[in-house]
Design a protein around this ligand. Sequence first.
Ligand SMILES: [Zn+2]
Length: 437
Amino acid sequence: MKIKRIIRTALSFLMVAAINVGIVTSYAPSVSAVSGMTEQEIRDEINRIEQENSDRKEEIDRIDGEIADNQETFDKISLMLGEQKNEVDYYNNLVYYKNEDIKAMQADIDKKTSEINELNDKLAKADADIKAAEKENAENLEKFAQIIRTMYTSGNSDVFGVLSGATDFYQLMVSSEIVGNITEKNYEFMNQLKADIKQLEADKNTYKTDKKVLEEKRDLLEGNMKILEDEKADLVTLQDKAQQKADGYQADYDKYQGILNDLQYEQDNLQYLVTVGEAEIEAFEEQLKELIIQNTQQGTTLQEGDWIWPVPGFSYISCYFGWDYDFWRMHKGIDIGDWGIYGSNIYATKGGTVIIAEDWYIPGYSYGKYVVVDHGGLYTSTYAHMDTVNVYVGQVVEKGDVLGTVGNTGYSTGPHLHFEIRYDGEPVDPFGYVEIY
Ligand SMILES: [Zn+2]
C-alpha cells in the first residue's frame, strides 16, 4: 500500500518534470504541443487534479482529527506510564535499601558466627590442654608410685613406717626427708598441672558463657533477618506488580506511538501529493496561458473606449482577484454573485472578437459554459459559469452586446459570474479596468 503510493508519487513528480521540460522546448498553435491536449482537455485535467487535491485535503483534515483523538489517548497513556515508572523507581529504591539492610545484617551475623567459631576453637583447645595435663599428671603419678614401690621392696623400713601411719599422702612425702629430694620436682610439677587444669576449666566456663551470649545475639539477629527477608519479599511482590503495570502501559504507549507515526506518515504523503498536484496544475496553467496567447490575435491594438461592468445592477463580490484563502488557490478573476443574478444578461466589457464560446461542459468541473473575447492589443476577457451562450467563435461583438446569461455551470457553488481580464494570457485584476455599475 505504502510502496504503491510512493511509486505513484514518484510518477507524478516525473510527469510534472516532463511537462515543465515540454513547455520550454515546444510550441504549436491551437493545441498544446507537449501533450496534444485541447484547451478543454487541459481544463478538465486541471479540474481532475483539483478534485484529487480537494479529496486529499479532506483526507488530511480527517487524519488531523484522527491524530488529535489518538494524541489525546497517547498523552493520557504517556502520563500514566510516567507515573507508573515513578512507582517502579520508588519500589526499586525500597528494595535496594532493604537489600542494603540485609547485607549489613548478614555482615553482623557473619561476625557473630566467626566469634562463635573462635570460641569453639578455644574450647576445643582448652579440652585438648586439659586432656594433655591430665595425661601427664597420671604418668607422673605412676612414676611416683613406682619410686614408692621400689623403696618398699628394697626393705627401707623408715619409709614403710612413715607410709603406714600417714594420713595425708602428699604431705607425708614432703615432710619425709628420704623421699623429699626425690619427689620434690614431681610434686611441684603435679601441683602446677592441677592448677593449670583448674585454670583451663575456668577458661572453658568463661568461653561457654561468652558463646552462649553470642549465640543468643546471633539468634536475635537471625530473627531480625527473617523479618527483613519477609519485608523484602513483600516489596518485591509490589515491585513486580508495578513493573507489570508499567509494561502494560509501555505496550499501549508503543502501540499508539506506532498509530500516530503511521497517521503522520500518511498525512505527510498526502501533503506531498497535494504539492505535486499543485505543481502539475501550475504546469497546466502555463499551457493554458500559451493556448490563450495562441488564440489571441497578435499585432492588434486595444479597442478605444472604456471597459464596462459586465452585469449592470449587480455588485456583490463574493471572491476578489488574488489569493483565495478559502480554497487555497490563486483566483484569476472576480466572482459577482448577488442574490437574483441567475439568468441575467452578461454584456461584453469591450468590443472585440469571440475566440472561445464553450457551450459544452462537465457538471461540477471547471468554467462550465464560458466565453472569451479578444479585445486586441493582447487583452482578453473571460465570462464563466454561464447558463446560456449567445455568441459563436469568430463573431465580432460591440461593447455592451449580450454574450449570454449568468448561470451555475461547471465548478460553481451558486449562480455567479466569474469574470476575468487577461493581458498576454496572464490574469490581471479586473478592477484595474472596470468599475461597478
Ligand atoms: Zn471565480
